[in-house]
Design a protein. Structure first.
Lengths: 802, 177
């Protein structure tokens, strides 16, 4: 047997390109062809609003075209047909009664600093930016709405026709929470806030487009998390047939959610310009643009009422929260819906009422950032658990434990509607086992002794614990195509995209295992609509579950065909055949064999020979002359294609624990131990899963201790650079991250896997708040928390309790 | 009115290139768009993220903070120049592959050049020194855990090589006339 690759830490195949500087990111596209050629690529720059809220009275572009090297400029007035309509509202929801999306170029009004107003195409980016600086816009200033408090007060409106700044209000009820809380032996209420952060991939957005006038076809490269989504949007907006548009997602320098939103204005304007000018056009977002014109997430304010008994068992939970979705709602209500449902975590509160309002502000819009509302939900639930434990003077792990869904209760229906419109039904898990593991890993029971030891040295430490459940691998579907070529090499295509997850490696592992071919003979392509036009995208920790399953199924189909053809050729029963290292042989008599390349030749009867191998497949060489060359119900070629479309999401889970030290003078927070236990079902490649966890934890550290979007009252983002927005360097992350896995397989897919991409970041705000609270001895209710914030809290505290 | 252009000879990875650029053209843009060396990536254009780090006479510098016209009479080394003469991965590159030191790969070239220079200065870094070596580069994917391991592994690999190999990649001895 070929050694199974599933579950082994196979080194990544894509690294060979990346490490040599041979990656092909969107800003690299077309460069080689450009150098030395007569018709060079054109470059775009965007005029963006400097004001958070203003009416546009006039745009004067007269001076722009005088500039040498400028080819064209577009403003809203130049847009026609579907391009002049607002951008799509991608995920409508009945509760989103006042959804609003922007125009590709602002029409009469701008609603956040950074909103696109004009689009200039020039010989190079430098000249395009010179041109942008020459555009004169007359504005009438409108008062901006900044922050959740201002949005709720609604003395000013973001959109005139949206009363109260409320885009949506959604309520879900399980049982009767208010009554249960009123009747419970104990009650608590909490107010909890969390601020904005953002994905901040190292590569911003970017798009390149070429219009081929000879075949009336558009080719678009874009740094996206959904090639098929962009393709459909570009076709509709530009009035093209879908068949005229190809979208290719090259290497992507990180996504983390922001690149699932589409189409960005530039994803439409670049193709529009390419077609209008007959030239290749490129737009590459710079870092400041990414801060002010892409998307943010996380900003929410929550109010919790909870009723519980002497053991800390929940009787009822009521959560109200206010979600700041910024100026527009292209991605619908996904983030707050996820908060409201995934807040429940591994617990069964018996009675639950949640209601949220999704609010407009004159700030950058909000779309999912890794975790997508789960970090907020986890923070709310875990802060509540800690508050209950503190109130009852009980062990925090014990209070969680009494509320867990038990292993014999799966599938467990939380009786709510999840983000995909399906029931929130957990498929499998073992939360008590996870808790035992995390306690052992972090040294939970030994911590009091450690605390005493540290206190003796004048040092102050605290420990925190946070649990989460994550719905991963949401539908509707993904597909795969597996093609065994006559060389015996296997070409695999799936439509979703890749931004660092190592899909070319893990998917090749699956195919090598299923087909019995060498790993090095498998090549995987993702995100190219020419190779797989049916796909959804890479988000919600779904790639391994969705495309992994589809690829596994497609490889199975290809294998069935291999065995059928080989059985004919070898005059054997398909059941007696095996495939090892790309050779099909009869079990027990390895001399009777045929390699996959030859099977591929036989699968495609030919009229014309073009090499030695193809001679064997010509009409005088193969098949029974009494039958059609291609058997009925068969197709030529050695291919397999299949799709995976599960009933509902599969639910991964995990727990994090952290021990922090807080400096008594400076209020700095130092991470002493960080521990993760994680259950994503069977691991395809543990090295890659752990890499995902490491990255998530680092983003979580950033979100908990450093990162915030510092808007002033005028709606100016004051820290829109890497100088001022503090992303963790190596000096800010834990020295080590201790990881342990539990594998409760999902019954929903053939590989028993669950998603792993977002998990690392979900419990961060919760676990750091808990540990800092434990170290300091007073409640932490607002995150992120900087040393200055903590210092302030200490000052307040000492004033209140002299 | 056209911009004044300047003839500049850039010596990159041992090869000389003549380019004609405006005075304001960033070295990062010249490398990427005029020479086609797209391995050098631009992450922030204000010198903070380190993705565009190249070696200038062996010292790590941010190519987004240099002008192409100022990069004359120096030897520049980019990620493309870090492979061994036979085309195999250099020790730092190899260490990243072994340790899963990269995910999306966008920040990676800046780490590879930075560490190459760092190990020349300190061939046997301890854990703290390894962290210090990469403390000016941002990565949003890996959480740095495996990059630190890769620094340590690269030091081991480099120590196993003939002395001049790792220390010499892209330096003067390979410059073509």
């Amino acid at each position: 047997m070929t050694t199974k690759l599933f579950g082994t830490p196979v080194q990544r195949v894509e690294d060979q390109r990346f490490l040599r500087g041979q990656g092909r990111y969107v800003d690299d596209v077309g460069v080689a062809a450009d150098i030395g050629s007569g018709t060079s690529m054109l470059h775009a720059a965007v005029l963006r609003s400097p004001h958070a809220h203003a009416r546009i009275l006039d745009i004067d572009v007269d001076e722009v075209l005088d500039l040498d090297g400028v080819h064209a400029v577009w403003t809203y007035e130049d847009l026609t047909g579907p391009m002049a309509e607002p951008l799509p509202l991608l995920i409508p929801h009945p509760a989103l009664t006042h959804g609003r999306t922007q125009y590709a170029l602002a029409r009469d009004e701008v609603n956040h600093v950074g909103e696109a107003i004009a689009f200039v195409v020039a010989e190079d980016r430098y000249i395009a930016e010179d041109a942008v600086a020459r555009i004169k816009v007359a504005y009438e200033f409108l008062p901006p709405v900044v922050g959740i408090d201002a949005a709720r007060e609604a003395t000013r409106l973001v959109h005139e026709d949206v009363p109260g700044n409320v885009g949506a209000r959604l309520e879900q009820n399980v049982g009767d929470a208010p009554t249960a809380i009123a009747a419970a032996p104990h009650r608590l209420s909490l107010d909890l806030t969390i601020e904005r952060s953002a994905c901040m991939p190292m590569e911003g957005r970017g798009t390149v487009a070429r219009w081929d006038a000879d075949i009336n076809r558009l080719q678009v490269w874009t740094s996206t998390q959904t090639s098929t989504g962009v393709r459909a949007a570009v076709a509709v907006k530009l009035g093209l047939d879908l068949g005229q548009v190809d979208v290719i997602t090259p290497d992507v320098g990180g996504g983390f959610g922001v690149k699932i939103n589409h189409p960005w204005p530039e994803e439409l304007l670049v193709p529009l310009a390419a077609r209008a000018l007959g030239r290749t056009v490129k737009f590459t977002e710079d870092r400041r643009e990414h801060f002010i014109s892409s998307a943010h997430e996380r900003g929410q304010v929550h109010h919790v009422e909870v009723g519980f008994d002497d053991d800390g068992r929940l009787h009822g939970l009521e959560v109200q929260f206010w979600h700041d979705h910024g100026a527009y709602t292209p991605y619908g209500l996904i983030v707050p819906i996820i908060t409201s449902t995934q807040l429940l975590g591994p617990y069964k509160p018996q009675n639950y009422r949640v209601v949220f309002e999704s609010l407009y502000t004159n700030t950058v819009m909000v779309t999912p950032y890794r975790g997508a509302g789960r970090p907020q939900g986890c923070y709310v639930m875990e802060r509540t658990m800690d508050a209950i434990a503190a109130y009852l003077a009980k062990d925090r792990a014990e209070v969680r434990s009494v509320n867990f869904i038990q292993p014999d209760e799966f599938p467990f229906d939380q009786q709510m509607v999840f983000q995909d419109g399906r029931e929130l039904e957990y498929d499998s898990g073992d939360y008590p086992a996870l808790l035992e593991k995390i306690k052992a890993l972090v040294g939970w029971d030994e911590f009091p002794a450690f605390r005493a030891e540290m206190a003796a040295q004048g040092r102050q430490v605290g420990i925190g614990l946070a649990c989460y459940v994550e719905g991963t691998g949401v539908g509707p579907y993904e597909g795969a195509h597996v093609h065994i070529e006559t060389t015996g090499k296997v070409k695999v295509a799936t439509g979703l995209t890749t931004q660092g997850q190592g899909h070319a490696t893990v998917f090749a592992q699956l195919v090598a295992d299923e087909l019995g071919v060498k790993f090095s003979d498998v090549e995987v392509v993702t995100g190219d609509t020419r190779r797989m036009p049916y796909a959804v995208g890479t988000f919600a920790s779904r790639a391994a579950v969705m495309s992994g399953s589809a690829i596994h199924l497609a490889a199975k189909r290809a294998k069935e065909k291999v065995l059928k053809i080989a059985a004919d050729a070898l005059e054997a029963d398909p059941a007696d055949l095996q495939i090892v290292d790309g050779v099909v042989s009869v079990k027990g008599s390895p001399g009777t064999s045929i390699d996959l390349g030859t099977v591929s030749v036989l699968s495609n009867p030919l009229r014309y020979a073009f090499d030695e191998a193809s001679k064997a497949a010509t009409q005088f060489s193969v098949g029974d002359p009494g039958k059609p060359p291609v058997p009925e119900d068969e197709e030529p070629g050695l291919e397999g294609r299949d799709f995976y479309s599960p009933e509902r999401a599969t639910f991964a889970a995990g727990m994090h624990a952290v021990i922090v030290e807080t400096d008594p003078e400076t209020a700095e927070v130092r991470i002493l131990t960080y521990a993760v236990v994680h259950d994503c079902g069977h691991l395809i490649n543990p090295m890659i899963v752990e890499g995902q966890i490491h990255g998530g934890v680092a983003q979580g550290v950033g979100g908990a201790l450093y990162e915030r979007m510092a808007y002033d009252e005028n709606g100016q983002l004051q820290n829109a650079s890497f100088m001022d927005f503090l992303m963790p360097y190596v000096s800010e992350v834990p020295d080590t991250i201790d990881i342990d896995h539990l594998e409760t397989p999902s019954p929903l897919n053939p590989l028993g896997i669950k998603g792993a991409g977002e998990a690392g970041v979900i419990p961060s705000a919760a676990v750091f708040a808990a540990a800092i609270e434990d170290a300091e001895g007073f409640p932490i209710t607002a995150m992120p928390i900087s040393p200055s914030d903590l210092f302030e809290l200490r000052q307040q505290r000492s004033k209140e309790t002299p | 009115m056209s911009e004044e252009l300047h003839d500049v000879r850039l010596r990159v990875n041992g090869v000389s290139h003549d380019v004609r650029v405006p005075a304001r053209r960033l070295l990062s843009d010249a490398l990427r768009h005029d020479l086609g060396l797209t391995g050098t990536h631009v992450g922030c254009e204000h010198g903070v993220c380190g993705a565009c780090t190249i070696l200038v006479d062996g010292a790590p510098m941010r190519s987004c903070l240099l002008l192409a016209v100022s990069a004359v009479d120096v030897e520049l080394t980019t990620v493309e120049g870090l492979t061994n003469p036979d085309g195999s991965l250099g020790p730092v590159q190899q260490a990243f592959a072994e340790c899963h030191g990269l995910q999306c790969g966008f920040c990676t070239p800046g780490f590879l050049t930075t560490i190459t220079a760092g190990l020349r200065e300190n061939p046997c870094p301890n854990r703290e020194q390894a962290k210090e070596m990469i403390a000016g580069n941002l990565c949003r994917c890996t959480g740095y855990q495996n990059i630190v391991k890769a620094v340590e592994r690269a030091a081991e690999l480099a120590a196993d090589l003939p002395a001049e190999l790792p220390a010499d990649s892209g330096a003067a001895s390979r410059v073509q006339a």
